[in-house]
Design a protein around this ligand. Sequence first.
Ligand code: F0G
Length: 487
Amino acid sequence: MNDPRQPPRRRSWAEPYKVKMVEPLRMTTRAERATALARAGFNTFLLDSDDVYIDLLTDSGTGAMSDRQWAGLMLGDEAYAGSRNFHHLEAAVREHYGFPHVIPTHQGRGAEHLLSQLCIEPGDVVPGNMYFTTTKFHQELAGGRFVDVIIDEAHDPESEHPFKGNVDLAKLRALIDKVGAARVAYLSLETNVNMAGGQPCSLKNVRDTCALCHEHGIKVFLDATRALENCYFIKMREDGQRSRSVKEILRELCSYADGCTVSGKKDCLVNIGGFLALNDDELADRARNLCVVYEGLHTYGGLAGRDLEAMAIGIAESADDDTTRARLGQVAYLGRRLTDAGVPIVRPVGGHGVFLDAARIVEHVPRAQFPAQALTAAIYLDSGVRAMERGTVSAGRDPATGANLIPSLELVRLTIPRRVYTQAHMDVVAESVAAVYEQREAIVGLRFTYEPEHLRFFQARFEPVEGTGILRAPAAASVSSDPPCSG
Ligand code: F0G
């Protein structure tokens, strides 16, 4: 019986699925990790996954499919044209996102490529709510220039704004006035803004932003890669939304826009795939035509029939309140554990991962020596947890001047794959990050030994600016994290 004099006891929740198959993980020693790190040029992208214990590099394509999705793979219709799986995908996208035209692509950047080539003229500007690496790259490749119109709070890791992904309408208006609506290719509106820490936009802001653009004849294309996660934040945080399902909110969100690009490797719960979805008939015809050149026929877009089927099923599974709640709940759990340990992280905790505020954690390393990259390396050395730099290395160079771009946020992303790790894995991660935080002053900065021309964070190699390890020698000698979960 509930005792009305006692505060209600918090009840635990658990995931709405159970484990049917496991993938064994290889445990490594600290000495093995030190060797692997040096071999990888202190870039976690260049590590072999066999050398990784808990892989939080990305939530992209790393999720676990359901038994229904695996069964769907067996229903692949591998016809070159008009596969029935394409029609299943088309129906799922129409039902959940609401756009009539669906063009599959091999992954998100394939859709970004098509959209950028079709809608951007050299010299155009493309406003957006913070850049994403591949999105901005394709906009620049088509001759456009990205302009950030996100609210200022998005650049402040400590701001508790509930919708840090929002567009600043005053910034957008000023940009349109300055360059003229005709020079604005379109507005690129990302849901659950990745580089801001997985931060959502409010439904009201999406509605107002789209209205302003449409008043000026400017189209709005969503990056709806993590739209369902964004919709769960809307449900929990926006006035009047609590009783609606994420499915309903997603339909409304998309109804304001002219189309979207999606990397299916996130929300859609598949290991590969993406799509471009559009309202406009003529633009869709042109997109289908370009798809044939770069991706494959417009009914498979670089994917096998079975991949289309798995994505169609994944969309429906993700558009379920319990699934999305468990997803965000696990990320929030890791965030809470790190906050309790006093580690500076981006607040509020976002949708797809916890972002460590490397600028504050490794204050003594100058931005030119890539503090977030160095912190990522130190975490790997400690426990075999693989994270990703999202700071100065990811920002790249100014295409006009060649100078390093110094973004406001210098972050390490602990990205949580969907339906893959347990709460115990999250505990190991939190304890490892807390241990590295305690020895933060021993972390050494990095310099390039190889810098690729494009999207440099993927393949760059580094060396420590002093010594040979990522930690100064006395600290390196004083710690032992072998094995990661002893005791
Ligand atoms: N848009 C967003 C917001 C993304 O996060 C990504 C990929 C893409 C587009 C491109 O999609 O990889 O399927 O070509 N993000 C991954 C990440 C790479 O780790 O955040 P893709």
